[in-house]
Design a protein around this ligand. Structure first.
Ligand SMILES: [Zn+2]
Ligand SMILES: [Zn+2]
Length: 460
């Protein structure tokens, strides 16, 4: 394979012109042969321009202390832009009609211009050393008044930057994981997990948990590391960079659970690292943590920080939850009119986001639901108390027969009371929840409130 010096296209060995852009292809052998032949050829003809091979290299100034993913990416972009500018200069040069006697002068100008572009990198590059860049100017073999140019990046040195960067990101991640593993709310029932020994996802592919991911090298002139794609050497999974996130864009086996859960999803590096180590994405982690929390609450295993109670508590009674702006609804019998029952505004549960427990649509076919009052709903360890402007409802938890969960509240049925009592708008309030060491803002929807009430009933 031979790479085109103009556009970077891969061409089969032996090809004379680039398949993609038509530029003359340069073989390293040619360069050597040329330099060997140069002296006798020149002396024989005597009129040809003197240039044979000029190599320009950047200065060695690096700023490792500024090496970060963002800065490295910026430097890569700077180098690509510089490469394009140099290519433009050469293109312009080759298309300039000039007197053959002026060739050497024009060429020197070109070399100076390229050189100043490379010197400018001293200022433009943030962390990477300009020395990784080298530009070789070669006289065309067939037309001595045309020049070809090869730009190169020192790949070994680039890889060292990448390695340094990876090591830094890993140690940063390890610290963050350690921090997250320590629950900060001692009131909440949650065992401290030992900080897991995590490997960066780049060292443990989240798909096969076996291979390591490597940055793909672009087939561009600079041979620069392409930060935009990571590929697993073991299973072939491809992760494409999207800003700060990486999207799992391809796998060889679409039955892989990682593909099923996260295919085409853009996740952060720390999420991929968590997945590679048997964890989950933030969204799945949240659902899982909250479902566990709800199950704990239902079993009566969650302890709540006691809120100030708006109602007077009895002996051995503690306030658990106080919800404001609660609407109290009750069914009212309605007369049938024109063949239809008066339409209650039934709000159908939408956006069911919890797997535990279902939410149902309210339907009272022979009755109409009416809002009766609004006020404060207080759950204690023994009662559910609604204090409205017109009415106070005092429900002894021992007398509760059933609770139904809705998206925006609960309906309760109790002994010696025929009518179902609806407490709605509970989901406008939320609860600070710590689960699995993570903190969440959990809206008190029907499922959550029902679980908490059931947990209290269990503890009676
Ligand atoms: Zn080409
Ligand atoms: Zn893999």
């Amino acid at each position: 394979m031979v790479y085109c010096s103009q556009c970077g296209e891969k061409n089969p060995d032996g090809a004379k012109y680039c398949f993609n852009c038509g530029a003359h292809l340069i073989y390293e052998k040619d360069i050597e042969d040329d330099s060997k032949k140069s002296v006798p050829e020149k002396s024989a003809k005597g009129v040809e321009p003197s240039l044979k091979d000029v190599k320009l290299v950047g200065d060695d100034v690096e700023h490792l202390e500024s090496l970060s993913k963002e800065n490295f990416q910026k430097d890569m972009d700077t180098l690509k832009a510089c490469n394009h500018e140099i290519m433009d200069l050469v293109h312009k040069f080759n298309n300039t009609k000039m007197d053959k006697n002026d060739f050497d002068g024009f060429l020197q100008d070109l070399i100076d211009e390229i050189d100043s572009k490379i010197r400018a990198l001293n200022k433009e590059l943030i962390c990477v050393s300009p020395q990784i860049v080298s530009v070789t100017i070669i006289q065309d073999k067939e037309n001595p008044y045309k020049i070809n140019i090869t730009t190169n990046a020192d790949k070994d040195r680039l890889n060292k930057y990448v390695e340094t960067l990876k090591a830094r990101l890993q140690s940063k991640e390890a610290q963050e994981n350690l921090h997250e593993a320590i629950p900060s709310n001692p009131n909440v029932n949650s065992e401290a997990k030992n900080p897991p020994k995590t490997a960066s996802w780049r060292d443990r592919c989240p798909v096969c948990k076996n291979g390591t991911l490597s940055l793909c090298t672009e087939k561009k002139l600079f041979g620069l590391v392409n930060e935009s794609e990571l590929r697993c050497q073991h299973c072939g999974a491809v992760f494409t960079q999207k800003g700060q996130n990486y999207t799992l864009s391809r796998v060889s086996d679409t039955n892989n659970p990682a593909w099923k859960n996260y295919g085409k999803q853009a996740l952060t590096e720390s999420e991929w690292t968590s997945i590679a180590n048997g964890g989950m994405s933030q969204a799945l982690q949240r659902t899982s943590d909250l479902n566990n929390w709800i199950a704990d609450a239902r079993a009566g295993n969650v302890r709540f920080t006691e809120p100030a109670s708006p109602v007077i508590l009895k002996k051995n009674e503690n306030a658990v939850l106080v919800l404001h702006n609660i609407a109290f609804w009750e069914p009212r019998a309605v007369r049938q009119t024109s063949g239809m029952y008066g339409g209650p505004s039934i709000r159908v549960a939408k956006g069911v986001s919890f797997r535990v427990g279902g939410m149902q649509a309210r339907s009272e076919s022979h009755e109409e639901l009416r809002q009766i009052d609004s006020g404060v709903l207080t759950l204690t360890t023994r009662r559910l108390i609604f204090a409205g402007s017109k009415r106070t409802i005092n429900i002894d938890l021992k007398k509760v027969l059933s609770i139904e969960a809705y998206k925006d509240g609960i309906a309760s049925q109790r002994e010696n009371k025929q009518k179902t009592e609806y407490f709605l708008n509970t989901d406008k309030s939320s609860l600070n929840v710590t689960a699995h060491g993570n903190h969440y803002d959990l809206p008190v929807n029907g499922v959550v409130l029902k679980a908490i009430v059931e947990g209290m009933i269990k503890q009676l």
